[in-house]
Design a protein around this ligand. Structure first.
Ligand code: NAP
Ligand code: ZN
Ligand code: ZN
Length: 350
């Protein structure tokens, strides 16, 4: 593996809207600062589905999705100082960035103005397509590799690399903690991690889900309250009550209605990535000096902080472990909001 490109097994979408199928993809030789990771588990994020089906446009095919990667270091380049063979590691949504812009220097590599390199569906600095975690091996620069602490099982850790950090970052930034009322909209992969992390941070947590179907689960995950957004009473009863609302919904929703649930000065932070734009009545934003914001994943240092926080608090994802030949079926279940709460691929079945 040290000198030549190697072909490794993977599951790829050969074209937009085509089912994923087994194939092989090239992995670059292990460079000076690279680690070769034997992937053990890969989470299925809803973003994988948006991209595999070209919902965000400009998809690069064949596409090997997967940016919730957990595995073990199998080989290290000569200049690697942070990892050794056998270490438990993870990779999230990006595998490189410009390393020079103000955001990179500040540890906000996800907002790299030079453009960070996506773990898949992207071109690396040499113009080669990147391939994600639905695969057996990946080569990643050690600086974009995370350490998975002992105490979190690797399969339950995989979803933290995207779902975990995507909720941890805004919860931390908007100071979720004791005395704060936080609502999480959508109890899927991201949402369930939001409930766990917000609860561990000491906030009073409410789930706003389409129905009460998953109420018992939500309360077990750490929610104090659970309401159905299909019930119009939810929007009158809870009006003006939250400091922070985080929407994880993968489809367009009526943000104006959710702004009405904020107290004066509260923030509605969107992390969902619907394929269609929305239109918004701005009056509910003005009336109460409210903030509507967005947030994307987190930087490398913050992702490590999140992993350490989760280990300290005994938090992993609730997962349904699947074989690689179940990926297409799992996609359909995610689209039907029938996921409890993250599908994770056992990559030994690829
Ligand atoms: P997911 O597991 O499918 O969860 C989304 C949840 O949203 C569903 O479980 C459902 O929850 C709710 N929902 C779905 N369709 C809805 C609709 N039409 N109306 C109202 N609620 C609906 O997906 P995920 O992996 O958590 O990802 C969620 C979104 O975040 C995706 O768009 C994904 O691309 C995006 N994302 C963004 C970032 C970022 O950095 N900002 C990172 C990762 C993912 P209930 O059944 O409880 O209603
Ligand atoms: Zn993701
Ligand atoms: Zn940068």
């Amino acid at each position: 593996m040290t000198t030549n490109v190697t072909l490794v097994p993977a599951y790829a979408a050969p074209a937009a809207h085509a089912p994923l199928e087994r194939t092989t993809v090239p992995r670059r030789p292990v460079g000076e600062h690279d680690v070769l990771i034997e992937i053990k588990y890969a989470g299925i994020c809803h973003s994988d589905i948006h991209q595999a089906r070209d919902g965000w446009g400009e998809g690069i095919y064949p596409m090997v999705p997967g940016h919730e990667i957990a595995g073990v270091v199998a080989e290290v380049g000569p200049g690697v100082t942070r990892y050794k063979v056998g270490d438990r590691v993870g990779v999230g949504c990006f595998v490189d960035s410009c390393r020079e812009c103000a955001n990179c220097i500040e540890g906000l590599e996800q907002y790299c103005t030079g453009g960070s390199t996506g773990t898949y569906n992207a071109l690396d600095k040499n113009g080669e397509p990147t391939y994600g975690g639905y695969s057996t091996h990946v080569v990643v620069d050690e600086n974009y590799t995370l350490r998975i602490p002992e105490g979190i099982a690797l399969d339950e850790a995989a979803p933290l690399l995207c779902a975990g950090i995507t909720l941890y970052s805004p919860l931390a930034h908007w100071n979720a903690g004791p005395g704060k009322k936080v609502a999480i909209v959508g109890l899927g992969g991201l949402g369930h991690m939001g409930v766990k992390i917000a609860h561990a941070l000491g906030a009073e947590v409410t789930v706003l889900s389409q129905s009460l179907r998953k109420r018992e689960d939500g309360l077990k995950l750490g929610a104090d309250h659970y309401h159905a957004t299909s019930d119009p009473k939810t929007f009158t009863e809870l009006a003006g009550s939250f400091d922070l609302i985080i929407s994880t919904v993968s489809a367009p929703i009526d943000f104006a209605a959710y702004l009405g649930l904020l107290r004066t000065g509260g923030a509605l932070v969107n992390v969902g990535a619907p394929e269609e734009p929305i239109s918004l009545n701005l009056f509910p934003l003005m009336m109460g000096r409210k903030t509507l914001a967005g947030s994307a994943i987190g930087g490398i240092a913050e992702t490590q902080e999140m992993l350490d926080f989760c280990a300290e608090h005994g938090l992993g994802a609730e997962i349904e472990l699947i074989r690689a030949d179940q990926i297409n079926e799992a996609y359909e279940r995610v689209l039907a909001s029938d996921v409890r709460y993250r599908f994770v691929i056992d990559t030994s079945t690829i």
